[in-house]
Ligand binder design. Structure first.
Ligand SMILES: [Zn+2]
Length: 368
């Protein structure tokens, strides 16, 4: 039965001693039972609340009710009692939670908080960047929503140039009133960051550029309207195709193992001349084109896998940043670009690109 403050009729010292004793023993008992935060608040309110707490009731039921001749004695006792009750309540509230301590079983396994893991695309991207960082390259980034000028024109894609048709571009709507070179689009490659960086930094320059790019491709096992690239650019005096081959051959051995061979085949890109596609010997079948009795699908039985596009920077590109020290008569450079998503598919043996973007934890947690 919970303690409640009695209406006192007898104000003799003996009766007052008894009433105070009962109140304090009730407080001792209750203070031994407070547990969690909610119980502590209820306990405090019951004893100390200004409006209807037990201390307030004592004022009403004992002090105000006392006859005049007993007021002085009752007042002194009530003041002393108040101080004692307040101290005891505060002490009980400050004590450690006993229930929690009793429930602690140190032999139980701890709570494990899952902190997640790098997405396989991000991990692959970081591994590519690390290879080039070790060669002294720095990382440059730029906007995903880009102006036509940076995405095409300054990279030697003139307006109406047929090479623009190979990059199905997603333009931002309602820009007909703007001059064509200012129109915004979702960048189709990370190459605009080459121009943006050369505008800010004078040669020599060695950068790698990671990021998202977009093209109007229907999603399927090997296409996605959003994908990832890493590009590189090196500019200095006397950069040759030999520097390009040596750099990329080293990078591929660092990424795919020291056994892989590289092969360069002529190609075309508007911003490099000459241009090449680089292949690595298939690190899945060892270049044989076969896997046991079966054919090797990733290399389509050829023993080679196309990895990236590259070339010597076209002097026309340098003309756009000539004012910042990029005089094509004095400097030269090479550039390369690779698809990170395809690299991740090859490295982890994933046969459907869409798996990377569907956010299915059962797929992603395999890379934890
Ligand atoms: Zn193969």
């Amino acid at each position: 039965m919970a303690y409640s403050v009695p209406h006192l009729k007898d104000f003799s010292p003996a009766a007052l001693d008894r009433a105070v004793g009962e109140l304090l023993s009730a407080l001792d008992q209750e203070s031994g039972q407070v547990g969690d935060a909610a119980q502590r608040k209820a306990f405090r309110d019951r004893w100390l609340a200004r409006k209807d707490g037990i201390l307030t009731q004592i004022n009403e039921l004992w002090l105000k009710a006392a006859p005049r001749e007993a007021k002085r004695d009752v007042g002194q006792r009530v003041n002393k009692l108040k101080a004692e009750v307040e101290a005891k309540v505060e002490a009980a509230l400050a004590a450690p939670v006993r229930e929690a301590a009793a429930a602690l079983d140190i032999s139980l396994p701890g709570l494990r908080r899952s902190i997640g893991a790098e997405h396989p695309i991000v991990r692959t991207m970081n591994e590519i960047l690390a290879v080039f960082r070790n060669l002294g390259y720095s990382v440059a980034e730029g906007p995903v929503i880009e102006a036509d000028y940076y995405n095409f024109e300054a990279l030697n894609f003139p307006p109406e140039h047929p090479a623009r048709d190979t990059q199905d571009t997603l333009f931002i709507a309602n820009q007909a009133s703007k001059p064509p070179r200012e129109r915004l689009l979702l960048r189709t490659h990370t190459s605009p960051v080459q121009i943006r960086t050369m505008e800010k930094m004078r040669p020599p320059l060695r950068i790698v550029i990671p990021g998202k790019v977009h093209r109007r491709d229907a999603p399927d096992a090997s296409h996605s309207p959003m994908f990832h690239q890493v590009e590189g650019l090196a500019v200095d005096t006397n950069i040759t195709f030999g520097d390009l081959k040596g750099t990329l051959d080293h990078a591929m051995k660092a990424l795919f193992g020291s056994d892989v061979k590289t092969s360069f085949r002529p190609s075309f890109f508007p911003f490099t001349e000459p241009s090449a596609e680089m292949f690595v010997s298939c690190f899945i079948c060892g270049g044989s084109g076969k896997r046991g009795a079966d054919i090797c699908r990733p290399c389509k039985q050829t023993g080679w896998i196309e990895i990236l596009g590259c070339g010597i920077v076209d002097p026309n590109v340098f003309e756009f940043v000539k004012h910042n020290g990029y005089d094509p008569e004095k400097i030269s450079g090479f550039a390369f670009g690779m698809g990170v998503d395809r690299m991740a598919m090859l490295r982890y043996g994933v046969d459907d690109l869409q798996l990377f973007f569907q956010g299915d934890v059962r797929f992603l947690e395999q890379f934890g």
